[in-house]
Write a protein that binds this ligand. Structure first.
Ligand SMILES: O=P(O)(O)OC[C@@H](O)[C@@H](O)c1c[nH]c2ccccc12
Length: 263
């Protein structure tokens, strides 16, 4: 079994080293200062989940396991359609090498709507948090499987210092325990194991019962229908991160509305 996550993070470390050499921290700070303040990511999810479901709709062109997902890829149009369809937040893939993402996609999507946006990428260095804010991101992702405890804490501190939210991604009970040593109470369970890409909803069901009260709990990956959301809701989960199944629909506004309401 190949461990794709290790490979991706190795590539990312090289990429970050090159970026750091090309861009000073003061330039990043200056760019961050030009951005509008962070939009409350967790708050938007919690508000939506109080009366329905909190949906993080993902702008995803391609993935390592599925290849190209969307040919007429248009981040600002997708952002507006997701917002009109009732999404609470956006997720935008910015990793170039494995997901055909780009920083420009995040900037274009965020400018096109009022939703908070998470930068979906592989963070291996706190420097990337400032970089994320410099392109407008409101939240960042911390993948527990990819990091040591001390690295996670550094990355989270950087996010908090910039007023951003951090979504802490886990996929087993041990990772959840490590996640709960951090300050953030925004926890995502990835139903897809990034080490081998298998999807299993039971990962979420098992962990939701172990999360303390007061956590915002997000089920991620492999969700395709309103029925899936209702099944998750039976287990007490009200927030979701959905990419591929939405991105494959021609009418994203209708698809988002249908996912959330069944209509
Ligand atoms: O396209 P899906 O199956 O709906 O999954 C979305 C999202 O969960 C997935 O893109 C994701 C979750 N965690 C990640 C970490 C890195 C890259 C991608 C991801």
């Amino acid at each position: 079994m190949t461990n794709k996550l290790i490979e991706i993070c190795e590539t990312k470390r090289h990429e970050v080293a090159a970026r750091k050499a090309a861009m000073t921290v003061s330039t990043l700070h200056a760019r961050a200062a030009e951005q509008t303040p962070p939009r409350g990511f967790r708050k938007a999810l919690d508000d939506a989940a109080r009366s329905g479901f909190g949906l993080i709709a993902e702008i995803k062109k391609a993935s390592p396991s599925k290849g190209l997902i969307r040919t007429d890829f248009d981040p600002p149009a997708h952002a507006q359609a997701y917002a009109a369809g009732g999404a609470a937040c956006l997720s935008v893939l910015t990793d170039h090498s494995y997901f055909q993402g780009h920083e420009d996609f995040l900037m274009a999507a965020r400018s096109a709507c009022a939703l908070p946006v998470i930068r979906k990428d592989f963070l291996v260095d706190p420097w990337q948090v400032l970089e994320s804010r410099s392109i407008g991101a409101d939240a960042i992702l911390i993948i527990v499987a990819a990091l040591e405890d001390s690295q996670m804490a550094e990355i989270e501190d950087a996010a908090i210092g910039l007023g951003m939210d951090a979504l802490i991604e886990v996929h087993d009970a041990h990772e959840l325990e490590r996640a709960l040593k951090l300050q953030s109470r925004l926890i995502g369970v990835n139903n897809r194991d990034l080490r081998d890409f298998t999807v299993d909803f039971a990962r979420t069901y098992e962990l939701v019962d172990k999360a303390p009260k007061g956590c915002t709990f997000v089920a991620e990956s492999g969700l395709g229908s309103h029925a899936d959301l209702l099944t998750m809701a039976d287990h007490g989960v009200r927030c979701f991160l959905v990419g591929e199944s939405l991105m494959r629909q021609a009418d994203l506004e209708a698809a988002t509305h249908n996912l959330l309401t069944g209509e």
